[in-house]
Design a protein around this ligand. Structure first.
Ligand code: ATP
Length: 448
């Protein structure tokens, strides 16, 4: 089963409208690296902000953290990444392309059908050198996940935050994996951004908290507009669990290439704290003063990708429809994710309209991310805003000069309503919070 939208359409929209460009494009690009353009950077930021708001700001049991990408190499030995963060790699004996052995269907090269070598384990961590001397002692790794920065700061956070367990520590940041087969646009890249929560709980309550976080995380996507029928949960079988995990669920999304992982929620038990305690010689335990108990917490980890979420949100929101005999491409992004919230569009570039239109823009832009566009026909400008997912367009016309009212056009229903300029901010604020378009007493109906 595949999604309704094909990937090429989304890639092309992303290029055309300034969401995502191939990296280093003028040099021919760099495989699986992408740059976020003016629209993409806003969308990506909104995804991060939505996650941070839900996970950190709206709760009193989670705090944030921002740790460095480069860490002591001992971290990766203790966490098991040096030994176990590997994928089985096979190479085609004819065209020499390399593939992940577990993704090959009939044991022949997917490109040329050639014979493949025996699998060998390939470590996915990027190595680099710290300092001026390229020798063994200075070898370090770019982090392949942000989680370890959280575990090694467990003690710091517990002693400074004055919080009790259960306590979550959240982090958003870049991770790097030398993936053997990156691809599908921004689905799998070698540099990407993680949004990770390590939620520390008392052993014995871990299963309950795993269920809790699976539900929370699933609902987060649907509340931000992803259609329920395009999401599903999949529990990992015992044979596919990562070396640190006691149990794991994937939230899968119906991407154009089929159902694929969007986020993983794992019960990591006490694996990481025990490993780091052993390797560092520090006692990484929690002291529960009320119960006079000391224990090593278990950890529930919801781990999501910013880029992969951006892709899922874009695909899910993408739509093509016919309006009055013309094709309209529209991106129904949730208002909190849309890069631009409001576009101010004077009916035409006319010296009488411009001053009022500019005033309206000025009035809005300190409260909302607002675009101003007066080039080309109004129809074309609406199309552009539809394609970048702008929920509301505000049109200033000649009547506005007389009655000091402007028209708000709704991206999804295409309904248009007349509103006094003085009420515009209040009205848009309510609409952006999700009030239905026609329900507000603020709306004045346009006189025929
Ligand atoms: P996969 O099985 O797809 O390789 P994973 O199970 O190794 O992913 P995790 O380590 O659980 O992934 O990372 C959590 C999330 O981080 C994933 O669900 C995904 O959203 C994101 N992610 C992981 N690897 C990549 C990547 N190479 N490119 C983009 N996003 C990624």
């Amino acid at each position: 089963m595949a999604a309704k939208v094909d990937m090429d359409k989304v890639v092309s929209l992303c290029k055309r409208r300034g969401f995502i460009f191939p990296s280093s494009e003028i040099y021919g690009g760099l495989a699986s690296c992408w740059d976020y353009g003016p629209m993409g950077v806003e969308l990506k930021r909104n995804v991060r902000d939505a996650w941070w708001r839900t996970i950190v700001h709206e709760r009193d049991d989670v705090v944030g953290l921002d740790t460095s990408i480069m860490m002591h190499p001992g971290v990766w030995a203790a966490s098991g990444h040096i030994d176990s963060f590997t994928d089985p790699l096979v190479e085609c004996k004819s065209c020499h392309l390399r593939w992940r052995a577990d993704q090959i269907e009939n044991q022949r090269c997917p490109k040329c059908g050639g014979e493949l070598t025996e699998p060998r384990m390939f470590n996915l961590m990027f190595k680099t050198f710290m300092g001026p001397v390229e020798e063994g002692a200075s070898t370090i790794y770019l982090r392949p996940e942000t989680a370890q920065g959280i575990f090694v700061n467990f003690e710091n956070v517990i002693t400074t935050s004055r919080k009790k367990l259960p306590l979550g520590i959240a982090q958003i940041g870049k991770s790097f994996r030398n993936e053997i087969t990156p691809g599908n646009f921004i689905f799998r890249t070698r540099e990407f951004e993680h949004m990770e929560l390590e939620y520390f709980v008392k052993p014995g309550t871990d299963e309950k908290w795993l269920d809790y976080w699976v539900k929370e995380r699933f609902d987060w996507y649907t509340e931000l507009g992803i259609k329920k029928e395009n999401l599903r949960l999949r529990e990992h079988g015992k044979d596919e669990l990562a070396h640190y995990a006691r149990a794991c669920f994937d939230i899968e999304y119906l991407f154009p290439m089929g159902w694929s992982e969007l986020e993983g929620i794992a019960n990591r038990g006490d694996f990481d704290l025990v490993q780091h305690a052993k390797a560092s010689g520090r006692e990484l335990v929690y002291y529960d003063a009320e119960a006079s108990e000391r224990y090593v917490p278990y950890v529930i980890e919801p781990s999501a990708g910013v880029d992969r979420s951006v892709l899922a949100f874009l695909i899910d929101a993408y739509d093509e429809e016919e309006v009055e005999g013309e094709k309209r491409t529209v991106v129904h992004l949730h208002t909190s994710l849309a890069p631009i919230k409001v576009a101010v569009l004077p009916l035409s570039r006319n010296e009488k309209l411009t001053p009022l239109a500019k005033d309206v823009h000025k009035q809005l832009c300190s409260s909302f991310v607002t675009d101003y566009d007066d080039s080309q026909s109004i129809g074309r400008r609406y199309r552009r805003q539809d394609e970048i997912g702008t929920p509301f367009c505000v049109t200033v016309d000649f009547e506005s000069l007389e009655d000091k009212q402007v028209t708000i056009r709704d991206r999804d229903s295409l309904a248009q309503i007349r509103v006094p300029v003085a009420e515009l901010n209040k009205a848009l604020e309510a609409k952006l919070k999700g009030e239905t378009f026609d329900a507000s007493p603020l709306w004045a109906t346009r006189e025929k």
